[in-house]
Write a protein that binds this ligand. Sequence first.
Ligand SMILES: C[S@@+](CC[C@H](N)C(=O)[O-])C[C@H]1O[C@@H](n2cnc3c(N)ncnc32)[C@H](O)[C@@H]1O
Length: 269
Amino acid sequence: MFSVRRRERIGGPGQFVHGVGGAQSGLDGLLAKSKETQINHNNRTWRVGTYPARRNPEQTMNGTVPQKIGRILTDLVLHPQYIPRCLNHNVINGKTPLDLEIPWFSYAAIDFLKTFLKPGMTVCEYGSGGSTLFFAKQVRSVFSIEDNPKWYELVTTRLKQKSVGNVTLKLCPFDFKNPIGFENSEYLHAMPDERFDVIVVDGSEEWKQVRPVCFQKAEARVKPGGIIVVDDSWRYPGLREHNEAKRVKVFQSVGPCRPGVTSTDIFFY
Ligand SMILES: C[S@@+](CC[C@H](N)C(=O)[O-])C[C@H]1O[C@@H](n2cnc3c(N)ncnc32)[C@H](O)[C@@H]1O
């Protein structure tokens, strides 16, 4: 099988483009060990386990407090454009991303999305919040899937207060502590049977396989020319190797309301 890999920096240490052409797809390669169970998805059985420990230390929110502070300072020195927002959102303001009406992604990814989104686009997201209001302002419609009833109420109230009329917020509770049957869940299959310009995989992380399984679903529903956004992607390094995207960009930087540098991956189709 032909495989081309390209890796180049796009904005300083830790920010790079990772392109993969013709690489093997599927989740099988993501899963290191079968400790708990097997699930079926897309007509295949795959193991529920842990990810291979292939983390680039530059791309994680792991580490000691001094390490995290060091990463934040390094990022701000290299990308001073984030300093005002970082101070405002993380130190002074005390507001949540929902209050701020911005996604809980890295600023690098948020800035890219501002240039990518167009008024005629449609968005589907796993995981509602500030991202829902952010997308609603910039595209034609947003379909948002939420598992947490309390959070659903909060986001619904905020959408009403702001008179946002182009969002469908669907509550699909699921017990991620007992994830057997997730492959048949209402949550996973809540995505309407149509193609989207943007699909966001940013829902619950209570069970480590939620995002990889949702990512597979998203790959089947993204339009040619569209994108899939995976936040906190440093937790899911296998997705960078096993996907059907034309290329993958890792947007690593500080972000709103989080004490560290994170990465948000965007997959281009
Ligand atoms: C990482 S949040 C991301 C939500 C959204 N995509 C965003 O960017 O704002 C993922 C999930 O965390 C849960 N959650 C619980 N409390 C939350 C809070 N205070 N802020 C955001 N999400 C919260 C919700 O169920 C939500 O779907």
